[in-house]
Design a protein around this ligand. Structure first.
Ligand SMILES: *Cc1c(COP(=O)(O)O)cnc(C)c1O
Length: 222
């Protein structure tokens, strides 16, 4: 199947409001071009060097999402152009993004990454920590160059679809909770980024608005 037919396959299965973030990490600019020509505009990368190199040679209207662990000292390299940073898992990182976005006179969209999976090494805020931060830091007013547009989560890597469903359901509930507690008048708080190649169908049933699909579109990563 070429990328275009894979995309048609995906679109048939996704509700219209669900965005596809094509996760292109480890794949060449040539592969991205093929996906771009098939109509995709949102691409996800997880390493700053790789993102910067690809961005230089690819069309300007691509919406780049950063989806991997991000060190604060690397933020400045992507701040001039990144559209959304999906993997914000600390106040320190959020503050640095605000600072670098301000230097560029930009507003960078961010998603707060919430730890929903069982793996110990998973990144993300514990829901309670995240709520405490929102309650204590007055983030919405104090950091005007970031805009929190929603949440991101990665489910446990498992064959157990009930477990995955439980985790996505919990993330959706947490999203609704934050929306009513902190973002009631903020119409931009809309995104729930959950679901990858192996679990996107479960994710959309649980209210995902954004799926991050890599291997299905581009094949296995080497
Ligand atoms: C790599 C990655 C994906 C894509 O995974 P696939 O299983 O290849 O679809 C999605 N989200 C994050 C955060 C990733 O790092």
């Amino acid at each position: 199947m070429n990328i275009r037919s894979k995309l048609d396959f995906l679109k048939e299965r996704l509700p219209e409001n669900v965005k596809i973030v094509a996760v292109s990490k480890f794949h060449s600019a040539g592969c991205i071009t093929e996906a771009y020509q098939a109509g995709l505009r949102i691409f996800g990368e997880s390493r700053t060097q790789e993102l910067i190199a690809k961005r230089k040679v690819l069309p300007d209207d691509i919406e780049w999402h950063f989806i991997g662990p991000l060190q604060t000292n690397k933020v400045k390299y992507i701040a001039p152009f990144v559209h959304t940073i999906q993997s914000v898992d600390s106040l320190k990182l959020l503050q640095e993004i605000d600072k670098q976005a301000a230097k560029q006179s930009r507003i960078i969209q961010i998603l707060l990454e919430i730890r929903i999976g069982k793996e110990e090494n998973k990144h993300g805020f514990i829901p309670k920590e995240c709520k405490m931060m929102l309650a204590n830091e007055n983030i919405i007013d104090n950091y005007p160059n970031v805009r929190i547009t929603g949440l991101m989560g990665i489910a446990t890597f498992t064959e157990n679809s009930e477990q995955i469903q439980k985790e996505f359901r919990a993330l959706h509930a947490f999203f609704m909770d934050l929306k009513s507690s902190f973002f009631e008048d903020r119409t931009y708080f809309t995104e729930l980024s959950m679901g990858m190649t192996g679990d996107y169908e479960i994710a959309i049933n649980e209210g995902s608005t954004m799926v991050r699909i890599g291997s299905f579109i581009f094949g296995d990563r080497i």
